[in-house]
Design a protein around this ligand. Structure first.
Ligand code: NIG
Ligand code: FE
Length: 411
């Protein structure tokens, strides 16, 4: 089946196959074709160009995009979509003056979500999570990473990863799975943290690997959570089981987790709200993608990742949502892109690059998605009529997506 999209006001993020990520000054370049056509055969992008050169194809479905733009789907490389229940009470507690840390120390936070998840049936967990996945697909996300980490027991962690597997089987969107057993220490391990690290490494990891339930290994490396030493042990064990590290670092403090992740060839380091010059130096000459999560900064009122400093150092940057019940109860990539422009002083070009091609790289999906490229998956969205692509982040509260396509099919 062939579909031709014609009269596209502007086709955004048109790239040659060889581009796997963009860094530094290149991030401010967003290749586009004005007055364009796009050809999709079955689930793949096969051709594009300017309207003057639109081919005549027999028996193709023609879709007129007059006044509208097409962007490759957002690539959300960091989410915790599989969770049970919500934490709006903690949200109110924070409004009334408690800090995120104080709430966690009282047994709220991640442990609160873990309790809810342990008590939730696999079917119910699947249904709650599928609803969120459907919501983000409607918001333009066309590739997503999902972490475990709200189980914190062998059985509950496996339950999350099985739910992720079912989502992979049921939905057209590419999903990558990350094992984050080291998200927090369960209460029983407060006085014997090493025993929990042992449980993650000796019991959880082998089962996760044997059932091929994850692509990546993650750790919440942070003061009061997993130390750099513990993070390194878990990362190395994950690597030995064929998992690639993608690590939570520098959310509240800079303690060396970033350096340890880079040394272990992490695919990405995520959060980075607190960055020293040493942290930025450590990312140079590495293949590790820094990932910023501006919705988390917004929701928790913590600093934003210093995007300008990172890009001015010649580094790449990706943007993701962090969709989770505690620090970011939103999976809306449109809001992420707008917030990156408004609060992190990224240009629309930089933010769109960060949310598409660089996001794809941070999931090892850069050959499949993240740009309008011949041979890539036909995952994209058509906007409503808009005057320019800069209008997307500018109109930060509007839904400007008209239609979403995954694998060449209208969702
Ligand atoms: O990425 N920082 C660690 N984990 C999550 C939030 C955890 C929670 O509060 O539930 C995050 O922000
Ligand atoms: Fe996270």
């Amino acid at each position: 089946m062939t579909t031709i999209f014609k009269n596209i006001k502007e086709l955004i993020q048109v790239r040659d196959k060889s581009v796997s990520k963009v860094s530094g000054k290149e991030m401010n370049e967003l290749p586009t074709i004005k007055d364009a056509f796009l050809v999709v055969e079955n689930d793949i992008i096969t051709d594009y160009g300017s309207m003057d050169g639109m081919p005549a194809i027999n028996e193709a479905t023609i879709i007129d995009c007059e006044g509208k733009m097409i962007l490759p789907s957002w690539c959300d490389s960091h989410t915790h979509i599989v969770y049970a229940g919500n934490r709006e009470q903690e949200f109110v507690d924070r409004i009334n003056g408690l800090t995120y840390e104080e709430i966690a120390n009282r047994g709220g936070g991640i442990l609160n979500s873990a309790k809810k998840l342990q008590e939730c049936s696999e079917e119910d967990l699947y249904n709650q999570s599928a609803k969120r996945l459907e919501e983000v697909i409607q918001q333009g996300t066309g590739a997503v990473e999902i972490k475990s980490g709200y189980g914190l027991t062998v059985e509950a962690e496996l339950k999350i990863l099985r739910v992720i597997k079912k989502l992979q089987q049921k939905y057209a969107i590419p999903i990558k799975a990350t094992f984050l057993g080291a998200h927090a220490f369960p209460k029983e391990y407060t006085d014997n943290k090493e025993a929990y690290v042992d449980l993650v490494i000796e019991e959880m990891l082998p089962k996760v690997a044997a059932d091929k339930l994850a692509d990546f290994i993650d750790v919440f490396c942070e003061t009061g959570y997993f130390s750099v030493k513990q993070t390194e042990r878990i990362m190395k064990a994950g690597i030995a089981h064929g998992l690639i590290p993608k690590i939570h670092v520098n959310q509240f403090t800079s303690i060396g987790g970033l350096q340890a992740s880079v040394q272990n060839n992490a695919l990405s380091v995520d959060h980075l709200e607190v960055m020293t010059m040493n942290d930025i130096e450590a990312l140079k000459n590495s293949e590790t993608m820094p990932v910023a999560l501006p919705s988390c900064s917004y929701f928790l009122s913590i600093p934003y990742t210093p995007a300008r400093k990172i890009m001015d150092a010649g580094l790449p940057l990706a943007l993701a949502t962090d969709y989770n019940p505690g620090s970011t109860p939103s999976g809306n990539m449109n809001f992420v892109v707008a917030t990156a422009c408004i609060k992190m002083k990224m240009t629309p070009e930089e933010a769109i690059n960060a949310a598409t091609i660089n996001g794809a790289y941070a999931m090892n999906l850069e050959d499949e998605v993240g740009s309008i490229t011949k041979g890539k998956k036909a995952n994209f969205f058509i906007t409503k009529e808009i005057p320019s692509y800069g209008f997307l982040p500018y109109s930060f509260g509007s839904n400007l997506i008209d239609v979403v396509y995954l694998n060449g099919e209208k969702v």
